[in-house]
Design a protein around this ligand. Sequence first.
Ligand code: URA
Length: 209
Amino acid sequence: MGKFQVMDHPLIQHKLTIIRNKNCGTKVFREVVDEITTLMAYDVARDMPLEDVEIETPIAKMTAKTLSGKKVAVVPILRAGIGMVDGILKLIPAAKVGHIGMYRDEETLEPHEYFVKLPADIEQRQVFVVDPMLATGGSAIMAIDALKKRGATNIKFVCLVSAPEGVKALREKHPDVDIYAAALDDHLNEDGYIVPGLGDAGDRLFGTK
Ligand code: URA
């Protein structure tokens, strides 16, 4: 079973409180989502493989560690996932970026896939799927289905706020996928919003509605 990790570092908790506040405007919301994602990426990348290189410091020769060059793909679930891409690219700038477009039927709350564009060698890449909200888990499950259908095997899911319902559903359907969240909230309401959550992440990121 993949792990479910709540990354509750004080800096992450502090910044999450800023964006949860309904008085936080679009500019700050966007900036702080970016900052939280970078803080999370630091630890999500913890098991990236290393290899030895021979170098010379000004003092001596040494065998040092360097990233083994395993390829990474960041895959935001459209549209809110876009807000988390740059935060990861700051630490892993050579990563390629795929996109998966999902929308939620506002009545049934069912997710639908409408766009998938991935790096051609997705099956060789460590894939970080990003979406700020893990609510019912429907979009995450469908996005990961879409990735696995195209050969991806090494997948991590990174979100900001999760609901117990979504974590359970995602772990049941994709037990091999590690899940990282900045918070585990209480429950989903009848409209499919996370409580207390932060509202509609896409609207808050892009200033729509
Ligand atoms: N999507 C959001 O943007 N917010 C929620 O609370 C749930 C799903």
